[in-house]
Design a protein around this ligand. Structure first.
Ligand code: PMP
Length: 392
């Protein structure tokens, strides 16, 4: 590596630190849970996407251990070469029933699922119409596809119509996050589906933050809006409410058959490990059995968000358990997060490029496993630091 490039990287890193946008990574000495151990101390955990507490759930751990005993630790290779383990087939069938779709296909992550499906179905001569706040994996999937990309204003159906009305293309795909991970708002999917029909477009919704959270028993955004059969492609991840690692595409049988032949991350990257697949099966079974955890998640979110608003904090326009506590300046947000950490709370400050400049925030990720006492402890600390830093 040449000296100039090393100097360039050094300068970039210094700049990130000075602007408050440097990502420092905490080391956990415990499993993900309502509380985690960091630097030898217990911290209330507001940073993980472990919405239902399944990342450290005994049923999932047991299922993973059993799968390791029966199938070992590795998948061998890509499924088209090394064969597919029956576990993967089982999960795909279970997910299809859970999501009420014809078929599903698992991937190594949600990120990979977007990189897989979008370039497989869209190419030169096609147009992708994408919400301006879509997740990086949708954006990268679009870029890989070689289709033309047009962006509409966030959640704005007038803007979407305007973009759609000017398109002359072979195929059109409207792509949107289901729940926007930085703000917690929900995409207006019924209106998107309506416009898609009008303009003969397909719809892709990335339900990473809706699975296990929205809809009956956490079936996701399509269930929440009762749009079964009307959304062409659902992208999912196992890394959030399901508590494991992996991704998924849900849709028609023909789409899944096509992806098995065409999607590059399926053809050229090994399958998810048996342990993750088995634990994800256990997660889906748990959700099918009862929705207590989902209800608890929503109760916790309601209590926390109401209390924060009462204190005078701005929690943006969230409609889900994702709670952005708006600060504005990235340096201030970082300071707030550091003070929270000193007071026993692990809650990340998010700044540019994760969120727009000037819209830095502390993102509080509520979990079903937080006790009322935990939330009250946090509200007290937010109040103390909010006053200290003159945010409230
Ligand atoms: N899509 C969205 C909307 C996400 O928020 C995320 C995770 N940040 C992903 C995809 C990627 O999921 P995974 O962690 O499984 O790669």
């Amino acid at each position: 590596m040449n000296k100039e490039f090393q100097e360039y990287m050094q300068k970039e890193l210094v700049e990130l630190k000075e602007s408050g946008n440097f990502n420092s990574i905490r080391t956990l000495e415990s499993p993900q849970g309502a509380w985690v151990e960091i630097e030898g101390k217990e911290k209330l955990n507001f940073s993980s996407n472990n919405y239902l507490g399944l990342a450290n759930h005994s049923e999932l751990s047991k299922a993973a251990q059993k799968a390791i005993d029966e199938f070992g630790v590795g998948p061998g290779a890509v499924r088209t070469i090394a064969g597919t383990m029956s576990l993967h087939d089982d999960l795909e069938e279970k997910l299809a029933n859970f999501k009420k779709v014809e078929s599903t296909l698992t991937f190594q992550s949600g990120f990979n699922a977007n990189l897989a499906v979008i370039p497989a179905i869209m190419s030169k001569g096609d147009v992708i119409v994408s919400d301006e706040l879509n997740h990086a994996s949708i954006i990268d999937g679009c870029r890989l596809s070689k289709a033309e990309i047009k962006v509409y204003k966030h959640g704005d159906m007038e803007s979407l119509r305007e973009v759609l009305s000017g398109i002359d293309a072979n195929r059109i795909l409207i792509a949107t996050d289901g729940v926007f991970s930085m703000d917690g708002d929900i995409a207006p999917l019924p209106e998107i589906v309506k416009l898609a029909k009008e303009y003969n477009a397909m719809v892709l919704v990335d339900d990473a933050h809706g699975e296990g959270v929205l809809g009956s028993h956490g079936r996701g955004i399509v269930d929440h809006f009762e749009l079964h059969g009307e959304v062409d492609i659902e992208v999912g991840t196992f890394s959030k409410a399901f508590g494991t690692v992996g991704g998924c595409i849900a849709g028609s049988e023909i789409l899944i058959d096509y992806l098995k032949q065409k999607a590059r991350p399926f053809l050229f990257s090994s399958a998810v490990t048996p342990a993750d697949i088995a634990a994800t099966i256990a997660a889906v079974e748990l959700l099918e059995k009862d929705d207590n955890l989902v209800q608890q998640l929503w109760n916790n979110a309601q209590f926390f968000q109401d209390s924060m608003k009462d204190l005078g904090f701005d929690v943006g326009k969230t409609e889900t358990p994702i709670t952005p506590v708006m600060i504005g300046d990235a340096g201030e947000a970082r300071k707030f997060s550091d003070r929270l950490f000193e007071e026993g709370i692990f809650a990340q400050a998010l700044g540019f490029p994760t969120v727009p400049r000037g819209k830095a925030r502390i993102r509080v990720m509520i979990s079903a496993t937080h006790e009322k006492d935990d939330l009250e402890f946090a509200i007290d600390k937010f109040k103390k630091i909010g006053k200290e830093l003159e945010i409230i």
